[in-house]
Design a protein around this ligand. Structure first.
Ligand SMILES: NC(=O)c1ccc[n+]([C@@H]2O[C@H](COP(=O)([O-])OP(=O)(O)OC[C@H]3O[C@@H](n4cnc5c(N)ncnc54)[C@H](O)[C@@H]3O)[C@@H](O)[C@H]2O)c1
Ligand SMILES: O=C(O)[C@H]1O[C@@H](O)[C@H](O)[C@@H](O)[C@@H]1O
Length: 253
């Protein structure tokens, strides 16, 4: 059975992915993070492993990628306000390079890395981003994710490592009793269920190009990013619509 390394497994998205893959699939998982506390609950299964991994250390990445088939790279600073020198440089820029380099050196067959809708957030809100829209980040976090996309392209075309990035939108487990979403977040919304559908299909998809940028957005009535090509490539079938979930419960910004 395939062995999957998940970086950033202790995070919001990582924990949900780990939980679901354990329940719904028979992949062997190696769950890695600098924060081990949230991963305690996953310990004790003979099929899975929990390890400390700081992705800013190339040596640790090299060890973590040994005997791994697929890497799901989620580690990094998720804040659109993240500071370049004190966080993004180590955690996202260096960390992502280290993971791609270690995956390539250790014969990993596929890396699926978290990019973000923030790579294109500089476009006006009435513009729908398509697969041919150039990147247009609005903050250094978005710039750091553009670097992740460029890394994926480099390792795919120059090093023959299949590299797929997912531009995740506003990932949220929205509940009507929760805080209202902004109009923008409703158009960029992706539900945990739709993200899992996209991720599982990206893991198993046959004939996926060596390099792809997928758009991780739900079936929202208005979509910040166009998802037709993503549907075609992996058979993504999103079900959530933030506009239906929220009703009139949103605010303008
Ligand atoms: N949540 C969203 O809406 C969203 C949207 C787009 C993209 N993303 C991306 O998805 C990924 C996961 O996001 P999240 O919301 O789960 O964030 P999160 O902060 O909950 O999880 C990130 C995890 O990465 C870990 N991490 C940070 N630096 C690390 C390092 N140097 N080495 C190892 N682990 C490290 C953290 O400890 C944390 O557990 C991130 O790359 C984020 O940029 C998230
Ligand atoms: O584009 C977005 O909405 C999201 O982008 C992600 O990259 C950020 O991690 C998240 O905080 C944002 O809400």
């Amino acid at each position: 059975m395939k062995k999957i390394l998940i970086t950033g497994a202790a995070g919001k998205i990582g924990q949900h992915v780990a939980n679901t893959l354990m329940k719904k699939t028979s992949y062997q998982l190696k769950l890695a993070d600098i924060n081990l506390l949230p991963l305690e609950k996953f310990k004790g299964s003979s099929n899975h492993e929990v390890i400390y991994l700081d992705v800013s250390s190339l040596e640790e990445c090299q060890n973590a990628c040994k005997n791994i088939d697929i890497v799901i790279h989620l580690a990094g600073d998720p804040s659109p306000n993240a500071d370049f020198y004190s966080s993004l440089l180590e955690n996202t820029i260096k960390g992502s390079y280290n993971i791609f380099k270690a995956a390539s050196d250790n014969g990993v067959t596929k890396v699926i890395a978290a990019s973000s809708a923030q790579t294109v957030e500089g476009y006006p809100l009435d513009f729908q981003v398509t697969d041919s829209s150039p990147v247009r980040p609005k903050n250094m976090y978005g710039v750091s994710k553009c670097f992740v996309e460029a890394l994926a392209s480099y390792f795919a075309y120059e090093k023959q490592l299949q590299s797929i990035v997912i531009r995740i939108g506003a990932y949220d487990d929205y509940k009507p009793e929760g805080l209202p979403l902004s109009a923008r977040d409703m158009s960029a919304y992706i539900s945990p269920e739709d993200f899992i559908d996209l991720l599982l299909k990206t893991i198993t998809a046959k004939n996926l190009p060596f390099f792809s940028i997928l758009h991780g957005i739900s079936e929202n009535r208005f979509k910040r990013l166009n998802i037709e090509e993503t549907k075609r490539l992996v058979g993504y079938t999103p079900n959530s619509d933030a506009f239906k979930l929220c009703g009139i419960h949103f605010f303008d910004r």
